[in-house]
Design a protein around this ligand. Structure first.
Ligand SMILES: Nc1ccn([C@H]2C[C@H](O)[C@@H](COP(=O)(O)O)O2)c(=O)n1
Ligand SMILES: [Zn+2]
Length: 187
């Protein structure tokens, strides 16, 4: 790029920086993205699920992902499924993302909060969601919708008046680059 072009490009960028950014992510994409980022911590080889609990002031009060309970070493406990012995199957051990997000809360309680989660909650998580006072669940995928545990989950959430709805993100992808933006505005 020659000097003239790069100077005019800089001028355009400087003018842009006088105004508020318009391409920031909205709250819902932000909270769902936080759930997806948390999921990246999961060691599950098949499903990485994350959940993010948000209060009425749009503050995150809990975040979690699916993983082995504290003290149960990820390398010693099984990650397989449908094993000859059920004792060797992850499902008896893994704490679901929803449960972890609620238990990890940094507030006194999660009453009247909304949960953002990558997968629709199972029946066990629905019980914990209801008992914790969460009033809304926003989920992205409902891949196992017809399985009994998800039907039971809906039945309980409906009875308890917990609202749930599928979120369609505004953007397909949110990229994180570990390079500061506005780095050329040195003066
Ligand atoms: N809403 C959900 C659903 C599943 N998980 C976790 C639990 C396992 O690590 C994995 C797959 O579960 P499966 O369908 O095989 O019982 O995903 C979760 O955290 N939250
Ligand atoms: Zn669950």
């Amino acid at each position: 790029m020659d000097l003239v072009n790069s100077t005019s490009e800089l001028k355009i960028q400087d003018t842009d920086r006088q105004n508020k950014r318009e391409d920031y992510i909205d709250w819902k994409d932000y909270f769902m993205a936080m759930a997806f980022l948390a999921a990246k911590r999961s060691k599950d080889p098949c499903f990485q699920v994350g959940a993010c609990v948000v209060n009425k002031e749009n503050k995150i009060v809990g975040i979690g992902y699916n993983g082995m309970p504290t003290g149960c070493n990820d390398d010693d406990f099984p990650w397989g499924k449908n094993t000859p012995s059920p004792l060797d199957s992850k499902s008896l051990y893994v704490c679901h993302a929803e449960m972890n997000a609620i238990l990890n809360k940094n507030s006194a309680d999660v009453k009247d909060c909304t949960m953002y989660v990558g997968l629709f909650p199972c029946n066990e998580c629905a019980k914990i969601i209801i008992q914790s006072g969460i009033i809304e669940v926003v989920y992205l995928s409902n891949k196992s919708w017809d399985k009994p545990k998800y039907a039971a989950s809906r039945k309980m959430l409906d009875a308890a008046g917990v609202k749930y709805w599928q979120y369609i993100p505004k953007q397909k992808k949110i990229e994180i680059t570990f390079i500061p933006s506005c780095s050329s505005s040195s003066s």
